[in-house]
Design a protein around this ligand. Structure first.
Ligand SMILES: [Cu+2]
Length: 248
């Protein structure tokens, strides 16, 4: 009799333990689901943002980056600088140095926003911007959704110019364009193409002019030249193949 009662008591304890375990692991799953559905957020205090941008708090629902981009108040501009890879969760006090190649302009309105990594932990054009996370770096105020609608439009009536990348290299190799021109590099070669600003391998002459990865035949890379100057570039995979774009 005593043995039976003990057995029943043990059975009850095991069942209750199982129920508690299942309930708590379910609760965990629910938490995960909530945090991945959205919840990306950037918190920034008012600042000068001339040489660096300080992010007080970044909450990412997926691993990724905080990216600083240019902007003129009407549309989003180039990527200027990116943070290191950030894990899911909240990171505090991230300082993004804009680098010596960024020169402050009164008209600039820098925008900080979260990008979700595509899984390779290196920043490239497969990474998805979280537009709703975008804030102006100087004020910390949110960026209106309408600004993103103009993101891919070529600048102010200027046309798009195409450079072909063939097995012989870039054609034309020398090109002069007005400031604000979008240039499309199309890979028509049998190899991968990775367009990047000189000097190889650091690419610092025009640091934002960098494809950040190689693409196959048929794919292209677009870049808007919004800084005047002479910008030599090369294929990062085959650096002997070079070209130069003069922006006037
Ligand atoms: Cu290179």
């Amino acid at each position: 009799m005593k043995f039976k009662i003990t057995l029943i008591a043990v059975a009850i304890l095991v069942i209750m333990g199982g129920i508690i375990y299942i309930t708590s692991s379910r609760a965990k799953n629910i938490d995960t689901a909530v945090s991945t559905s959205s919840g990306d957020e950037l918190v920034i205090a008012q600042q000068d943002a001339r040489t660096s941008v300080k992010i007080d708090k970044a909450t990412l629902s997926k691993g990724g980056y905080v990216v600083v981009r240019g902007g003129d108040g009407r549309r989003i501009g180039q990527v200027i600088e990116i943070s290191q890879y950030l894990e899911v969760g909240t990171a505090k006090d991230i300082i993004i140095e804009l680098g010596e190649f960024y020169s402050y302009d009164e008209a600039d309105q820098l925008i900080a926003m979260i990008y979700h990594d595509d899984g390779d932990r290196s920043f490239n054009d497969l990474d998805q911007p979280v537009n709703a996370s975008a804030v102006f770096a100087e004020t910390g105020k949110p960026v209106l959704a309408s600004i993103f609608e103009h993101e891919v439009a070529p600048s102010d009536g200027m046309g798009m110019v195409t450079i072909r990348y063939t097995n012989k290299g870039f054609e034309p190799t020398k090109l002069t364009v007005p400031v604000g021109t979008m240039v499309e590099f199309i890979n028509q070669s049998d190899k991968e193409m990775w367009v990047a600003s000189n000097m190889h391998p650091s690419h610092e002459i025009l640091a934002t002019f960098d494809q950040f990865k190689g693409v196959e035949k048929g794919q292209s890379y677009m870049y808007t030249f919004d800084k005047k100057g002479v910008w030599p570039y090369h294929d990062h995979i085959n650096p002997a193949l070079e070209g130069v774009i003069t922006v006037e």
